[in-house]
Design a protein around this ligand. Structure first.
Ligand SMILES: *Cc1c(COP(=O)(O)O)cnc(C)c1O
Length: 393
């Protein structure tokens, strides 16, 4: 089938909810992809930060294949070894004395965290302490509740009434957080590098001030690591570079290396809040996806691998800056989560041009061409991408 034929069928049978780029992908190897017509691309998008181990990675393929021969799903009415192993790895590598709840996506992980925070407060203080403060320009998901948790007005449309109890503080403005968080507040939730919002890292001092404030008021600090987690910024979780101890960490995207899995990690302070009957999901923690997550954590959780992510991030960033194009106004981000800053509103045109020339890239905010390559990307692949970027910028 040609792209045009496939697209015609897509338009007929699939809901028109995405402005997709005009290519249909077929297969990949490492950080390189081929479309159905045989054209090659260097992937600096990794399925929006999901395919952290690249394509056709033997560790992931074997883990999924072997598990598929044994069991793919059992429900949460039974215990399975892959699920317990993933939880154990996450707990041991984060040093929060935590416990894990498994979900299936980032939005669901955040829903779980929101429920956890409200119940934590309800159990301790009774009704009324339900408010959650998030940051302006944040992104937390697409369910009715997580849309409202998202601090961008354009998401608060059509689907009324939204879940009550969210308010938005300005990023890197501690006074704003202090004013928004009142005696009704049970949690502050934030991304440490705002991803969809434009690849904007928060300032360390601000984050530490918020942490101290939360401790003082018994407000839970929820860190949304759906995009920043699983090695993306050069540490297993981004919070580890901010010198803080969150109460709740949510994750998804990279955790399964390409299969859908999300998780809520609750620190000792609140790891026993969710109890039988208060939260559940049919698919959560199913052995197939947990087998993949175990393979991801065994690789990405390694200190040497994480050091390489930082080095690759520096290499790519410096390579982009050394193009020396006046159209590149800067590069921001951490590790392999980078935003190339261009003139406001021009980011989509650049992303389209890059894709046309053979580099998959994303956009974020109002002026960032966002790069989230597979963490396993090779130097050769980065060089190939840089050559094309030079031409485009
Ligand atoms: C992608 C993302 C989400 C939503 O995850 P889904 O899997 O699409 O539901 C939530 N928070 C952040 C920070 C994200 O980047």
């Amino acid at each position: 089938m040609t792209y045009q034929e496939l697209k015609a069928e897509e338009n007929k049978y699939v809901m028109n909810t995405y402005g997709r780029f005009p290519i249909a992908l077929d297969h990949g190897e490492g950080a390189t992809l081929w479309d159905i017509e045989g054209k090659k691309y260097i992937d600096l998008a990794s399925g929006i930060g999901v395919n952290c181990m690249g394509y056709n990675n033997p560790a992931i393929v074997d883990a999924i294949t072997n598990q598929a021969h044994k069991l793919t799903h059992v429900s949460n009415l039974f215990t399975t070894e892959p699920m317990v192993q993933v939880a154990k790895k996450l707990v041991e590598k984060t040093h929060l004395n935590g416990k894990v709840f498994f979900a299936n996506s980032g939005a669901e992980a955040n829903e779980g965290a929101i429920k956890l925070a409200r119940k934590y407060s309800f159990d301790k203080y009774g009704e009324g302490r339900y408010k959650i403060v998030t940051l302006v320009n944040s992104f937390h998901g697409r369910t009715v509740t997580t849309l409202k948790a998202t601090g961008q007005d354009r998401f608060h449309n059509y689907f009324f009434p939204f879940t009550e109890g969210f308010d938005y503080a300005a990023a890197n403005d501690f006074d704003s957080v202090r004013h928004k968080a009142d005696e009704m507040t049970c949690a502050v939730m934030m991304e440490l590098v705002q991803g969809e919002g434009g690849v904007l890292p928060l300032e360390k001092e601000f984050v530490q001030q918020v942490e101290a404030f939360c401790r003082e008021r018994d407000i839970l600090l929820i860190i949304d690591e759906v995009q920043t987690g699983i090695g993306r910024t050069g540490s297993l979780f981004c919070f580890q570079q901010y010198g803080i101890r969150p109460d709740v960490v949510t994750m998804a995207k990279g955790l399964g290396g390409g299969v859908p899995i999300g998780a809520v990690l609750a620190a000792e302070s609140c790891s026993n809040v969710l109890t039988p009957g208060t939260h559940a999901t049919t698919f959560g923690g199913t052995p197939l996806v947990c087998a993949a997550a175990n393979a991801v954590l065994d690789t990405v959780g390694d200190g040497q691998f994480l050091a390489q992510v930082k080095e690759k991030g520096e290499y790519l960033k410096n390579g982009i800056l050394s193009i020396g194009s006046p159209n590149i106004l800067g590069v921001r981000g951490m590790g392999l989560m980078l935003g190339i800053i261009v003139e406001d509103g021009k980011h989509a045109a650049y992303a389209n041009k890059l894709i046309e020339k053979g580099v998959l890239a994303l956009t974020a905010g109002k002026n960032a061409v966002r790069l989230l390559p597979p963490l396993t990307i090779s130097k050769e692949e980065m060089d190939e991408a840089l050559t094309i970027m030079k031409e485009v910028f």
